[in-house]
Design a protein around this ligand. Structure first.
Ligand SMILES: Nc1ncnc2c1ncn2[C@@H]1O[C@H](COP(=O)(O)OP(=O)(O)OP(=O)(O)O)[C@@H](O)[C@H]1O
Ligand SMILES: [Mg+2]
Length: 337
C-alpha cells in the first residue's frame, strides 16, 4: 500500500545540510497497522510527513497505492493526498468551528454537494461516538473527544491510508486506550491501512501488526511485533521493550538468584492460546527435573496472548539439556539467562 524506496531528507539550516532521514526503505501492506517508534528527534514526524509529501524527500521515491507521489505535478498530488488522512498529537482542529463543521471541512474543500456532506458528517459523528457533541466547539471537548473529531475529519474523504503522528501522546492512559481501540475498530471494519508513530512501546503492542524502530534518521530494526518483542536485535529496541516489561526487576531477581548459587535459570516463552502449565509439568515429569518459578508474565500482543516464565531448573546437566530440548520441540521458546 505504501512503499518508501531509498528515502532521504536533509534540512538546510543556516546554509548547512542537516540529515533528518537516511536511506529509508519501508513497505506497508494494505490493511495493516504499521508502527514506527523512535526517541524525540529520531525523524518520526519527518518520516510520516514524507508519506503524504507534506515534506518532500531530498532523495528517493514514495509510492501510495501504486502511485509514485514524488513524480506527480502539484495538482495531481493534491488529489492523491485526499486518499491519505492524517491525525496529530495536538489535534489541529479549527477552534471557531463546531465539531460537525470541523468534520465537514475537507468535504467542503473538495466541493462535495451539501446533502452528501450532511449525510457523511452524521455517519462520522456516530462512528466516533460524538453525536451528542456535534454542535459543540473544540474548547468544550476533552482531549479524547478532540482526537475523535480529528479521526472523523481524517476519515471524511474516505481515505485508504490514515497517518497518525503521536495521536495519543497528549492523552491520559485510559483515553489513549479508547482512541487505540477506535483506530483498531476502524482498521478492521474498513480495511484502512494505518501508519502510527509513537515513542511508547505499549501503543505499538496494543494495536500494531508490524513495526520499525527509527534511530537518528535510520531504520535500525523492523518486523512483526511479536518477533521483535521476543527477539529484539538492536539496543534501542531493547530499551523500548523495557518500557513495557519489568526487565529491571527481572535483572535484580537474576542477580540475587545467581549470587545464591542458582545456575540453571531459563526463560520460557509461550505464544498463542496454549496454556503453558501442562506442557511444563509434563516435560518436567518426563525428565525428572523440578523447577522454581522466579517470574511470570502474561500479556497480549495486539490479539495474540503470550506468556513468559523465568524458572530455575533443578536436575543433572543431562536432564536439564533434555528438558530444554523437549520444551522446544513442544513449541516453547527456551532461552538460557
Ligand atoms: N523544518 C525543519 N528544519 C530543520 N530541521 C528540522 C526540521 N524539521 C525537523 N528537523 C530536524 O530533523 C530531525 C528529526 O525531526 P522530527 O521532528 O522528524 O523528529 P521526531 O522523531 O518527530 O521527534 P519528536 O518525538 O520530538 O516529535 C531533528 O533533528 C529535527 O531538529
Ligand atoms: Mg515528531
Amino acid at each position: 500500500m505504501i512503499r518508501l524506496e531509498h528515502v532521504s531528507k536533509q534540512f538546510t539550516v543556516k546554509g548547512a545540510a542537516v540529515p533528518a532521514l537516511t536511506d529509508i526503505n519501508l513497505a506497508v501492506e494494505p490493511g495493516e497497522i504499521f508502527g514506527i517508534i523512535g526517541h524525540s528527534g529520531a525523524g518520526k514526524s519527518t518520516l510520516i510527513r514524507c508519506i503524504n509529501l507534506l515534506e518532500r524527500p531530498t532523495e528517493g521515491r514514495v509510492l501510495v497505492g501504486g502511485t509514485d507521489l514524488t513524480s506527480l505535478p502539484e495538482r495531481e498530488l493534491q488529489a492523491s493526498r485526499r486518499k491519505i488522512g492524517m491525525i496529530f498529537q495536538h489535534f489541529n482542529l479549527l477552534s471557531s468551528a463546531t465539531v460537525a463543521d470541523n468534520i465537514a471541512f475537507p468535504l467542503r474543500l473538495a466541493k462535495r454537494p451539501k446533502e452528501e456532506i450532511d449525510r457523511r458528517v452524521s455517519e462520522l459523528v456516530q462512528l466516533v461516538g460524538l453525536e451528542e457533541q456535534r454542535n459543540k466547539y473544540p474548547a468544550q471537548l476533552s482531549g479524547g473527544q478532540k482526537q475523535r473529531v480529528g479521526i472523523a475529519r481524517a476519515l471524511a474523504a474516505d481515505p485508504q491510508v490514515l497517518l497518525c503522528d503521536e495521536a495519543t501522546s497528549a492523552l491520559d492512559p485510559q483515553t489513549t486506550a479508547s482512541i487505540l481501540a477506535l483506530l483498531k475498530d476502524i482498521n478492521r471494519r474498513f480495511g484502512l491501512t494505518i501508519v502510527l508513530i509513537t515513542h511508547e512501546m505499549h501503543v505499538i503492542r496494543q494495536v500494531c501488526d508490524r513495526l520499525a524502530v527509527i534511530q537518528a534518521g535510520r531504520i535500525v530494526e523492523s518486523g512483526p511485533v511479536l518477533d521483535v518483542f521476543l527477539r529484539p536485535q538492536h539496543p534501542t529496541t531493547r530499551e523500548f521493550i523495557e518500557q513495557v516489561e519489568e526487565s529491571a526487576e527481572l535483572r535484580d531477581t537474576l542477580e540475587r538468584e545467581k549470587a545464591a548459587g542458582k545456575r540453571n535459570i531459563i526463560r520460557l516463552t509461550f505464544v498463542g492460546e496454549k496454556t503453558y502449565e501442562p506442557v511444563l509439568f509434563e516435560t518436567m515429569r518426563e525428565t525428572g527435573t523440578s523447577f522454581a518459578i522466579l517470574q511470570g508474565t502474561i500479556s497480549r500482543m495486539k490479539d495474540t496472548p503470550y506468556g513468559q516464565l523465568v524458572v530455575n531448573l533443578d536436575g543433572t546437566p543431562a536432564q536439564i539439556k533434555e528438558t530444554a530440548r523437549l520444551l522446544q520441540s513442544r513449541g516453547v521458546e527456551v532461552e538460557t539467562l
